[in-house]
Design a protein around this ligand. Structure first.
Ligand code: ZN
Ligand code: ZN
Length: 155
């Protein structure tokens, strides 16, 4: 199993992905110099359950310069909220269909985008490397084999 920083000399594996919301009002590109520049994780916290409308959140942490809305894309609507532990979380979504595209906390704001993996045209391109808030995992939900497990906040 390749680690987060698997070392294969200098060879990088560039990956160019596209994504959009359900109604295609919003569209974006994700251009990774190396596929390991993205770190996909599940998050079992209550906020992610609400925001995703599912049993867990699934995002890929990507350097901000790799994520761009296309020139044809509409403008995302921004939802800003306190995440319950005093830090501000920004969520970008489509105001026509409600699909959620990305999120970022106050500290990550200028450095990273947490791209909602389900909004990618090929969600399988970025498999998960770990899980956060495992203490809030639904009892029927098994651990993802081969990934790191953390009991607290998404970093
Ligand atoms: Zn939409
Ligand atoms: Zn979460």
């Amino acid at each position: 199993m390749a680690g987060i920083n698997s070392d294969h000399g200098t060879s990088k594996e560039p990956l160019c992905l596209t994504g959009n919301c359900y109604c295609k009002n919003l569209s974006y590109t994700l251009k990774l110099e190396d596929k390991n520049d993205a770190r996909t994780t599940l998050c079992h916290c209550k906020d992610c359950k609400k925001a995703f409308g599912g049993a867990f959140g699934l995002t890929a942490k990507c350097p901000i310069q790799t994520f761009h809305y296309t020139s044809a894309s509409g403008k995302p609507t921004l939802h800003v909220a306190n995440n319950g532990s005093g830090s501000t979380v920004y969520r970008e979504f489509c105001n026509k269909c409600g699909s959620y595209i990305c999120e970022y906390g106050e500290q990550a704001k200028d450095a990273f985008r947490y791209v909602v993996v389900g909004s990618l045209d090929d969600p399988g391109a970025l498999p998960p490397k770990g899980e956060f808030f495992c203490s809030e995992r639904e009892t029927w939900m098994p651990k993802i084999p081969g990934t790191f497990q953390k009991d607290k906040i998404k970093e």
